[in-house]
Ligand binder design. Structure first.
Ligand SMILES: Nc1ncnc2c1ncn2[C@@H]1O[C@H](COP(=O)(O)OP(=O)(O)OP(=O)(O)O)[C@@H](O)[C@H]1O
Ligand SMILES: [Mg+2]
Length: 234
């Protein structure tokens, strides 16, 4: 029970409350998100689908406090994320969230193993522990033979898989993944999706995935469709 006397397991983990996002550009306004409202429960598997430009990445960035809504807010366990300081956001991101970005953002001067270990080293884990866990994750994702390749020595799909391993190394409570299988062939894409679903089902990772792949979306518990910044069904 939390301080409000509500059973935590029944309370939403995230509550998206009438989120709107407007970009002002040379005097013109673009409404990218319009009154987005939904709950996410612990252990949920949620797919966000919709055409290019619908606002999917913008929404994911707001859920991860990388961007702020113009109106509305997001509650994490009942706490308004956007009433908090930048330092508290950083702590929330480091401790609770894993991100897989649409562009993977690996560090070019480091190997697959080192890129995967990086969040654990930054958090102060021992090199031995970080290496061990990174190795297991990379092997799981089919990259056991690419541990010591630099980013430039990996294919686009291999880089994307390293980004997934890196996002999982801190065992986040919530994984936000933007097209994690975007540039993978169907077999490798399934491998990545299988790993994400296994983390979701066996380890209760709360998974929020933007995908264009309908087969993958159908394998998730819930699907939200965004069109022109609005949810059209759930
Ligand atoms: N910083 C910005 N300034 C102005 N407009 C922006 C900005 N960022 C995004 N947009 C616009 O907001 C809309 C939604 O962008 P977003 O990246 O969320 O789309 P998306 O659904 O992720 O698309 P895709 O499937 O192509 O990745 C787009 O029309 C985009 O041009
Ligand atoms: Mg996008």
């Amino acid at each position: 029970m939390n301080s409000a006397g509500v059973s935590e397991s029944n309370a939403p983990l995230l509550q998206v409350l009438d989120v709107c996002k407007v970009y002002e550009h040379n005097g013109s306004r673009t409404e990218v998100l319009r009154n987005i409202r939904f709950d996410v429960f612990q252990g949920d598997g949620l797919a966000i689908i919709g055409p290019s430009g619908a606002g999917k990445t913008t929404l994911l960035n707001i859920l991860g406090t990388l961007d702020r809504p113009t109106q509305g807010t997001v509650l994490y366990r009942g706490i308004d994320l956007f009433s908090r300081s930048h330092r508290e956001w950083a702590a929330f991101r480091n401790q609770k969230l894993g991100f897989v970005f649409q562009c993977h953002h690996l560090l070019p001067e480091f190997t697959a193993l080192e890129n995967t270990m990086m969040p654990a080293l930054i958090a102060g884990h021992s090199r031995q522990q970080a290496t061990q866990r990174a190795r297991v994750l990379l092997e799981r994702i089919g990259l056991g033979h690419r541990l010591h390749h630099l980013q430039g020595e990996l294919s686009g799909g291999e880089q994307q898989r390293v980004a997934v391993a890196r996002a999982l190394i801190m065992e986040p409570e919530i994984l936000l993944a933007d097209e994690p299988t975007g540039n993978l062939d169907s077999q490798t894409g399934s491998q990545v999706f299988d790993l994400l679903l296994e983390m979701n089902r066996k380890h209760h990772l709360t998974l929020i995935v933007v995908t264009h792949n309908e087969t993958f979306a159908r394998r998730m518990q819930r699907v939200i469709t965004l069109i022109d910044g609005k949810i059209i069904d759930q």
